[in-house]
Design a binder for this molecule. Structure first.
Ligand SMILES: C[S@@+](CC[C@H](N)C(=O)[O-])C[C@H]1O[C@@H](n2cnc3c(N)ncnc32)[C@H](O)[C@@H]1O
Ligand code: SF4
Length: 451
């Protein structure tokens, strides 16, 4: 049995670590990758292959204080319309370079708030995307939906365009907490959004909630989780609130002295985790829960769970293409990130070039370490056989690395010929264990608490 004292001694309550949605993590990207690399990586996608497409809309009608996403507030439609023009040109460029025959396995619209687009703007983007590639069989089209910023007309367009998964932001149902984090959203607003989504036959519903919010207690998170469960989501992301006011200036509105301590955060996570488990949800990786029929649960059972910039996925495409300002793409060759500011991004696209500003070319060692981290974050298990077969590392070298890791974590891990395994009660340490596998310097700037 792992004790809190042990977790504390191992630094869990002080550490700041990445969430490892990529390896290396984005702060390690450099100017080494530019538009020409991006173009050639797109051209090398096999004609009969599939890609995932991520479309980024970095605008919101109002800016919630707690939000750490890079997004601009806008009260008028002008900047949004102009941005959509840029996206359309970027999609034209993509179409010009992507081999014919490539299919879309996943399409995800995120942000920001993609649902602040008008129905006409949404339709224009859907049409443009259909010119780039057709959906593959079993494709998934998911959209991040702010329940405060949606109506029937917009849902109709999304559904007609093929949306089959909706992802709603909830955060917490407690009104006092909502006031403190600058995001008011009554239970009825959320329930109505869910009803509208389901009435249209959108089969899958995701919801995001947060632990570690100011004034959150065991009783309050229990009530929030129960309210969420009453809406029957297929998938839940339970994220730890990242308080990074030096980066996300609007978080300065949130009183730090009312935030739970790291020890209390662990307790809040455990409380919510047990409630989801009792309700029959499968625990997926470090922070997701999924109903037994959901694709993530199936992928977990069959060893096909993967991790990418959107968190956990059952998508098996090797290529993820990000469209829009700051969007990140992943190829077998490496990562490429678009210019972060909408103005710079628009400027490059209008000149007829992709806006790739940074990235990273993967080395063999990056691939090996990246896969180990992905296995750990997805399955809490690093399987030696796969690494030996696909990454050319010797089994005894792996054993040496695992033994060294286990020693660093007080012998709490299980090491065998099959590989390394993290038992249930040591799982709060997972991101720290992943950090141990990370060969790059830790840049603390954007990272949040390890729990
Ligand atoms: C990019 S937002 C889009 C959601 C949509 N705009 C909405 O508000 O419903 C996606 C999710 O990021 C998460 N998020 C934003 N800021 C966060 C923070 N500071 N710490 C942890 N998660 C955060 C929230 O759970 C949010 O639902
Ligand atoms: S939580 Fe959603 S609506 Fe609020 S600022 Fe962040 S992206 Fe915008």
């Amino acid at each position: 049995m792992v004790t809190r004292t042990q977790l504390s001694r191992l630094g869990l309550f002080d550490a700041k670590v990445p969430r490892y949605t990529s390896y290396p993590t984005a702060p390690h990207f450099s100017g080494a990758v530019g538009p020409e690399d991006f173009r050639s990586w797109i051209e090398s996608v096999p004609e009969d292959g599939t890609i995932s497409l991520y479309l980024h809309v970095p605008f919101c009608r109002r800016l919630c204080w707690f939000c750490a996403c890079r997004t601009q507030g806008t009260a008028t439609l002008g900047p949004v319309e102009s941005y959509v023009e840029t996206l359309k040109s970027e999609l034209d460029l993509l179409r010009a370079h992507l081999p014919r025959g490539v299919k879309l396995s996943r399409l995800h619209w995120g942000g920001g708030t993609p649902t602040l687009l008008t129905p006409d703007l949404m339709r224009a983007l859907i049409d443009k995307i259909s010119e780039v590639a057709d959906f593959a069989e079993d494709a998934e089209f998911s959209v991040e939906i702010d329940p405060n910023e949606i109506d029937g007309a917009r849902l109709d367009v999304l559904k007609a365009g093929g949306m089959n998964r909706a992802s709603i932001g909830v955060q917490d149902f407690d009104e006092g907490i909502q006031r403190t984090i600058g995001r008011l959203q009554g239970y009825d607003v959320t329930r109505r959004a869910v009803e509208m989504i389901r009435e249209r036959g959108v089969s899958s519903l995701n919801a995001d909630i947060l632990y570690g919010l100011p004034d959150q207690t065991r009783a309050r998170i229990t009530e929030s989780v129960q309210k969420l469960l009453s809406l029957n989501p297929d998938r839940v992301a339970l994220y730890g609130y990242a308080h990074v006011p030096w980066m996300a200036k609007r978080q300065q509105m949130i009183p730090s002295d009312r935030l739970p301590t790291p020890d209390e955060r662990l307790d809040l996570f455990e409380t919510a985790r047990r409630l989801f488990a009792w309700d029959g949800y499968a625990e997926i990786g470090i922070d997701h829960f999924a109903a037994p029929h959901d694709g993530l649960t199936v992928a977990q059972k069959t060893g096909r769970l993967r991790r990418n910039f959107q968190g956990y996925t059952d998508d098996t495409s090797d290529v993820l293409i990000g469209v829009g300002a700051s969007a990140i793409s992943k190829f077998p060759q490496g990562y490429a990130q678009n210019a972060p500011a909408t103005s710079a991004h628009t400027g490059r696209i209008r000149e007829g070039s992709f806006s790739t500003a940074r990235g990273h070319v993967l080395t063999e060692e990056d691939r090996l370490r990246g896969r180990m981290i992905e296995m750990l974050m997805c399955d809490f298990r690093i399987r030696s056989a796969e690494l030996v077969a696909r990454h050319g590392i010797a089994a005894d070298e792996l054993q040496r690395r695992f033994a060294e890791m286990n020693a660093a974590f007080d012998g709490l891990l299980e090491v065998s010929e099959e590989g390394l395994f993290v038992p249930q009660d040591a799982r709060p340490l997972t991101r720290m264990i992943a950090r141990h596998l990370d060969a790059y310097e830790l840049s603390v700037a954007g990272h949040s608490s390890a729990i």
